[in-house]
Design a binder for this molecule. Structure first.
Ligand code: S3P
Length: 181
């Protein structure tokens, strides 16, 4: 593989499962920035948010992204908020090719519903939270990514294959993902 591949997108888009599958197809290393943050902090993500605050989590996230994007030959899944920081966006844009796994809010809601591991969704109305996050973040995902892939259609292998084919063919957006958010 010539370039690192970085996956960005909202919670529930499947960045980790698709990323692991993609790395398998490419025979390269898979990394997940949230997993590395948890290992480094010795705390779960909810514990980091609770005990240290979101700002501290973002600082850890930035440090880990700086480190992981300097490694060669990797597929990296990032957290849904990784693109909020301009510095993080610059790491992603300059050190590899970034793919936005687009996923409609309905699917995000159904995929994240059972999880207690996402502190931002521990609120009265997770759907409105996901909607408002999407409004702010969708332009940032698109600004950072060279390719937008719809991740709600098809199984994980098919999505990973579509990413590879689109990257090889120089396509920038798969037709399903061009819907207005
Ligand atoms: C977050 C997404 C999470 C995790 C943290 C914050 C976000 O990652 O980084 O809970 O701001 O959207 P996933 O997108 O992998 O769930």
């Amino acid at each position: 593989m010539q370039e690192n591949i970085y996956l960005v997108g909202p919670m529930g888009a499947g960045k980790t499962t698709v990323g692991r599958c993609l790395a398998g197809l490419l025979g390269c290393r898979f990394l997940d920035s949230d997993k590395v943050i948890v290992e480094r902090a010795g705390l779960t993500i909810p514990q980091i948010f609770d005990q240290l605050g979101e700002a501290h989590f973002r600082a850890l996230e930035s440090r880990v992204l700086d480190e992981l994007t300097q490694l060669p030959g990797v597929v990296l899944a990032t957290g849904g908020g990784a693109i909020l920081s301009p510095v993080n966006r610059a790491f992603l844009v300059t050190r590899g090719v970034t793919v936005y796994l687009y996923c409609p809010v309905d699917i995000q809601v159904s995929r994240t519903g059972q999880s207690a591991n996402r502190p931002l969704l521990q609120c009265a109305d997770p759907r409105s939270k996901l909607e408002s996050l999407m409004r702010v973040r969708d332009p940032l995902y698109r600004e950072t990514a060279e390719l937008v892939i719809e991740s709600s259609a098809g199984n994980v292998e098919k999505i990973a294959e579509r990413i590879l084919i689109s990257l090889r063919n120089g396509v920038s957006e798969d037709h399903l993902a061009s819907r207005v958010v």
